[in-house]
Design a protein around this ligand. Sequence first.
Ligand code: HEC
Length: 153
Amino acid sequence: MRQILVGVAAIATSVAATFAHSAEIAPGDVRIEDMAVKSSLSGVRGNPEEGAKILANRGLGNCLACHAVKALSDEQFHGDVAPALDGAADRWTVDELRAIVVDAKQVFSDETMMPGFYSLKVGINVRKDLVGKTILTAQQVEDVVAYLATLKE
Ligand code: HEC
């Protein structure tokens, strides 16, 4: 009996994983309309605590290289080439924040220094192993957006 239950649980897990995957929007299919991406990229609610880690992680978001965030003042070396993100949630809706993280070029301008974190147009001469990959995964974008949504003043 126990083995049957374990088997059922394993099937349920793999079905859940299939659904999670099928709900994901591929980078080339994301539509930015009215400066907004109106649905979750992963279909799974973002986790703001994970998002904060991604903002500070030099190999992932590395957002703090350019932006300061008061709530993350424990982290060292915040950049100042871009506006501080404090109050970002007062200035932008969640769907607009998602669009900014997905592809800032489509929201601001082609000249923005901000990378497109869920875009395949990352530039020319991309390292071969990075071709076809985005800087962040769909779920990491959702986590970052969930964190940005907490930044109210
Ligand atoms: C290389 C520098 C750079 C990096 C890295 C960067 N940004 Fe930006 N970001 C900018 C600049 C510059 C702007 C201002 C828009 C413009 O003029 O280009 C901006 C604008 C924004 C805005 C709108 C600002 C506001 O509050 O009104 C948000 C939100 C934002 N960035 C979030 C992020 C997040 C989240 C990350 C990391 C996942 C990130 N940025 C990484 C340079 C950067």
